[in-house]
Design a protein around this ligand. Structure first.
Ligand SMILES: Nc1ncnc2c1ncn2[C@@H]1O[C@H](COP(=O)(O)OP(=O)(O)O)[C@@H](O)[C@H]1O
Ligand SMILES: Nc1ccn([C@H]2C[C@H](O)[C@@H](COP(=O)(O)OP(=O)(O)O)O2)c(=O)n1
Length: 271
């Protein structure tokens, strides 16, 4: 029976974990999947970015050992929450649901995506105490009782944050494709001058830092499915994840049927 219970959901909240390197398509994919399934989307990377933004605004000197307690304190005391806006028509990426990120009730959705935050976020995300604080918040969000399902993306969701997720995806794409997509994405926002080579360097540096850090490095969970977005369109990727989720849900329903009839026969035998 252990093998049956292993694939049945441990709680009524259905969990989808999407991990992968920078600009592999995690958040866009996750937002579409969540929207289609009526699930809540949680952007775990935005949480590390929000703490980094707050530290930058306070002129905290990164990598100075005496400043670390300040960063840890920010992680423990900051309020971070999300809101999702529903798309109204449009085509292609225009109809991607948008996520608003609030830091202490201020909308910081644009400010957390600047190159300055990107350059410094890996340092903040490598601090074990910061990860501990974020992990507690992420699990709290994922286990809130008023939602049917959750889609969370990041680097350690399938391995550390939601190891019990019923669907685990590892998104990847070759580095220069990821850098070009991020370049196009930032250029559209016109928040700052963007240079492709600088973005490529940032992505290479962050990939290395995310892979090599000691606590919860970027890893594919052993039970995750790899999807390469270099060759697959957004709608193909979203379709595959929805299909996997629906299959997993119907397997769980069938197995719970088998389980309950097994329980009934056990009860009858006992009587
Ligand atoms: N499968 C895909 N094919 C082409 N472009 C994609 C695909 N998935 C995402 N994108 C685009 O790539 C850019 C980066 O995606 P994003 O979701 O922000 O990545 P991540 O969250 O992994 O950093 C966005 O402009 C997004 O629309
Ligand atoms: N679960 C997570 C999510 C993000 N991080 C870190 C590592 C990433 O470089 C930064 C920013 O994450 P984010 O997903 O916003 O980055 P990209 O959109 O992929 O560029 O945060 C992490 O360590 N663990």
């Amino acid at each position: 029976m252990a093998s049956l219970t292993a694939i049945l959901p441990k709680s009524s909240i259905f969990k989808i974990a999407i991990d992968g390197p920078a600009a592999s398509g995690k958040s866009t994919t996750a937002r579409h999947v969540a929207h289609r399934l009526g699930f809540t989307y949680i952007d775990s990377g935005a949480m590390y970015r929000a703490i980094t933004l707050k530290a930058l605004r306070r002129n905290i000197q990164f990598e100075s050992p005496s400043e670390m307690p300040h960063i840890i304190n920010l992680a423990n005391t900051s309020k971070i929450h999300f809101a999702t806006t529903t798309p109204i028509g449009g085509s292609g990426n225009d109809n991607t649901p948008q996520t608003i990120v609030y830091l202490d009730d201020e909308d910081v959705s644009a400010d957390i995506r600047t190159m300055n935050v990107s350059r410094n976020v890996s340092f903040v995300a490598a601090l074990p105490e910061v990860r501990k604080a974020m992990l507690a918040k992420q699990r709290r969000y994922a286990n809130s009782t008023d939602i049917d399902g959750v889609v969370m993306d990041g680097r350690d969701i399938g391995t550390a944050v939601l190891p019990d997720a019923q669907v685990k995806i590892f998104l990847t794409a070759i580095t220069n494709v990821r850098a070009m997509r991020r370049y196009e994405q930032l250029k559209k926002k016109e928040k700052e001058l963007v240079v492709y080579e600088e973005i490529l360097r940032d992505i290479e540096k962050r990939d290395k830092a995310d892979l090599e850090r000691k606590v919860s490095p970027l890893r594919k969970a052993i039970d995750a499915v790899v999807l390469d977005t270099t060759t697959l369109s957004l709608s193909e990727i979203v379709g595959k994840i929805i299909e996997m989720t629906n299959n997993m849900k119907s397997d769980a329903v069938q197995l719970s049927g088998i389980n309950s009839s097994l329980n009934e026969s056990t009860i009858q035998t006992q009587i």
